[in-house]
Design a binder for this molecule. Structure first.
Ligand code: NAP
Length: 268
């Protein structure tokens, strides 16, 4: 039976693992980075922890053969994506990226798009003084020097690094409704929102709330996708791709897991 590696850490990776578990023709192992203390664990086989860079991942793939890889990591998890592109290429394994669509600006949105956290921190004092910082645990220290601003920092787990001196930490995990986000932003007299363009429904409520309240948003653009790799935007797209990239493996009785790998029928 074809075996798939799912690089996870997202809701859609869990949905994908559940979909594959219901498919009698495919088997999957999900991989989590191990960053979240109490992760939502996908159904099926799961491994947890880094691989040790692209080389470590390639070694892992040699000892744990799979017929295809789906990178369903967060759109901002650029290092693991770069690593899997390299490792999949080295091991000649078909690779697909699952990336939920970006949020797009709607009428009434007041977005200032920035390239990264450093740009957001630089622009922030010109835009607002009471900040709702929703970038997750990592990178909060990019804002630590902004002593004149007040921050409501929301993350699932506490940041390891420095927080801004005037800040309150709110530990919470989505989904968040737009009504609840609006109430939270009103309660803390927020006048600017900082967010990554993560996409998806689970955390869109803050963007809708900011629009309704006329609050500007520093929207951090996604890192670029690696060139030349197949990308789909939903789990249905993954299942269709898996169907076309794993059926040869299912039929194959030769040593090695996959006809697709042997013939190099792979990544585009
Ligand atoms: P990253 O910067 O791209 O990756 C850093 C390192 O973490 C990688 O080099 C790899 O270590 C390890 N890693 C990441 N994802 C992994 C996975 N699924 N399985 C095994 N190892 C993994 O990633 P990140 O931004 O720290 O995010 C870590 C995880 O949290 C990701 O899986 C992502 O889906 C999830 N997440 C991230 C964000 C975000 O905003 N960045 C938001 C929500 C969820 P080695 O080099 O040792 O293999």
């Amino acid at each position: 039976m074809p075996r798939i590696l799912i690089l996870g850490g997202t809701g859609e990776a869990r949905v994908l693992a559940a979909a594959v578990s219901e498919d009698p023709h495919t088997d999957a192992v999900s991989s989590l980075a191990g960053r979240t203390r109490d992760p939502r664990v996908p159904v099926g086989d799961v491994r947890i922890g880094g691989f040790g860079g692209a080389g470590g991942l390639a070694d892992w793939l040699r000892t744990n053969p799979v017929d295809a890889i789906v990178d369903a990591t967060h759109p901002f998890a650029a290092r693991i994506t770069a690593n899997v592109v390299e490792a999949a290429s080295r091991c000649n394994i078909p690779l697909l990226l699952l990336r939920r669509p970006e949020w797009v600006r709607r009428t009434g949105d007041d977005w200032r798009e920035v390239a990264d956290l450093a740009d957001a921190a630089q622009l922030l004092p010109d835009v607002g003084s009471r900040v709702f910082l929703t970038i997750g645990r990592q990178g909060v220290d990019s804002f630590a020097a902004l002593g004149a601003l007040w921050f409501l920092v929301r993350a699932i787990d506490p940041p390891d690094a420095d927080m801004p001196p005037q800040s309150r930490l709110l530990l919470a995990r989505g989904p968040f409704t737009s009504a609840a986000e609006r109430e939270l932003m009103q309660e803390h007299r927020i006048n600017v929102l900082v967010t990554k363009n993560s996409g998806g429904d689970q955390t869109y409520g803050k963007v809708a709330a900011a629009r309704a309240m006329g609050i500007p948003v520093l929207m951090i653009r996604r890192p670029p996708l690696p060139p030349g790799v197949d990308v789909v935007h939903d789990v249905a797209g993954v299942m269709a791709w898996l169907g076309s990239h794993t059926h040869e493996a299912e039929d194959s009785s030769a040593p090695g897991r996959s006809a697709a790998r042997r013939t190099g029928d792979s990544r585009r």
